[in-house]
Design a protein around this ligand. Structure first.
Ligand SMILES: Cc1ncc(COP(=O)(O)O)c(C=O)c1O
Length: 400
């Protein structure tokens, strides 16, 4: 009898965590490494949010909370969805989890039966297929193209849907490509979904507040109210409020699904950290002044990185609408010989040779299901980004 569960054989470790780990090891050996692998803002959590957490501790808010979250946070979530997305939910239709990750996991746990399919556009956030597989479902990948700015075409979504499709995962702005769908682009997809009433929509709106220029964020339930009864709208405070370590994510959706997720969470972690929940109340209800300030900084970094990468020989880098990632192609380097003498055959070779030669850590696109590309997180200082891009330019010029 095998000791470890068969389900583990279907799951891969996170490539993004592996890159950060490799960069840390090289740094520990004294190498000058610039890590562009991490998916978290480099800013500190705003003071008003930290203060709310300190006050919660001092008030003694240190006990178990209701599994689905404290009423104050669930009310704040109701208001947030109304204010920012024009979505009407009751507090009972919301749930708070330990990060967006737990929300997603429990949504799959609550709904997956063997043979159920989940449509996932590529490139995708690394955890989607692994979560689906762990919960016994089958990921069905649909490729996007760089020419279409990594956005899914309606006809490709239509072709991927079968009678077994349970969920369609939508993530805009996207990790890893930064691509974000306008209202009209999203409407083309929701029109398809309206023709397939058995398909549920899991929209991961984690990067909602990180869009640039005059781009206007849109979410499926807002664009197509007809999807309300089969949409789970997921969001969180991790990225918008620089609160990755606090571990608070949330969602709203049909009551029966929320109740099922609540039941699972009750046997799993119970309510999320009480102190972090009070901090999240302040994040959602308090001043939002921090968000436009951060966006401005991220936008400047995006423009810098896109411009410098497009000057690197063999690299092509589209300028995405949001998140803090770019997803350039390294197709022009495939078949070239790196300074070490190794021929670059894949995007994985490209990133490992880049790390060896220049000490720049990025994540290969094949980890996100679409290559030959790589992901750069620009959630780091402009000086570091400039230096990293110079090194990438030097590396590309040295590949013959
Ligand atoms: C697209 C996407 N969804 C969800 C998450 C998970 O967020 P959290 O840190 O709140 O669990 C991340 C984090 O990297 C993400 O990039």
């Amino acid at each position: 009898m095998a000791f470890l569960a068969d389900a583990l054989s279907r799951v891969k470790p996170s490539a993004t965590i592996a890159v950060s780990q490799k960069a840390r090891e090289l740094k520990a050996k004294g190498r000058d490494v610039i890590g562009l692998g991490a998916g978290e803002p480099d800013f500190d959590t705003p003071d008003n949010i930290k203060q709310a957490a300190i006050e919660a501790i001092n008030r003694g808010e240190t006990k178990y909370t209701p599994v689905a979250g404290i009423p104050e946070l669930r009310e704040a979530i109701v208001r947030k969805f109304k204010r920012e997305n024009n979505l009407d939910y009751t507090a009972a239709q919301t749930i708070v989890g330990t990060g967006g990750k737990q929300i997603l996991f429990n949504a799959f746990m609550a709904t997956m039966n063997p043979g159920d399919e989940v449509v996932i556009p590529t490139p995708y956030w690394v955890s989607y297929p692994e979560m689906v597989s762990l919960c016994g479902g089958t990921p069905v990948f649909v490729a996007t193209t760089q020419e279409n700015k990594f956005k899914l075409k309606a006809e490709d979504l239509e072709k991927a849907i079968t009678p077994k499709t349970k969920w369609f995962i939508f993530n805009s702005p996207s990790n890893p490509s930064g691509a974000a769908y306008s209202h009209d682009e999203l409407k083309a997809l929701t029109d398809v979904l309206m023709r397939h009433p058995h398909v549920w929509v899991l929209t991961d709106d984690m990067y909602e507040h990180l869009t640039y220029g005059d781009f206007k964020f849109a979410t499926p339930g807002e664009v197509e109210p007809g999807l309300y009864d089969r949409t789970l709208t997921m969001n969180g405070v991790s990225k918008a409020y620089a609160m990755t370590g606090w571990r608070i994510g949330y969602a709203a959706g049909p009551l029966a699904l929320i109740k099922a997720m609540d039941m699972i969470q009750g046997q799993q972690t119970s309510g999320a950290c009480s102190i972090a929940q009070w901090a999240a109340v302040e994040a959602l209800n308090g001043t939002q002044a921090f968000i436009p300030e951060n966006k401005k900084i991220f936008e400047g970094r995006r423009d810098l990185v896109v411009s410098m990468l497009n000057q690197a020989k063999g690299i092509e880098c589209p300028s995405p609408e949001g998140a803090f990632y770019v997803y350039p192609s390294c197709k022009g380097l495939i078949g070239k010989t790196a300074p070490s003498g190794k021929v670059i055959e894949t995007d994985e070779d490209f990133v490992s040779e880049l790390l060896e030669a220049e000490g720049v850590a990025v994540v290969h696109g094949s980890a996100f299901g679409l290559g030959p590309n790589f992901r750069i997180s620009y959630a780091t200082s402009e000086a570091q980004l400039e230096e990293a891009c110079k090194r990438i330019q030097r590396f590309c010029a040295a590949c013959k």
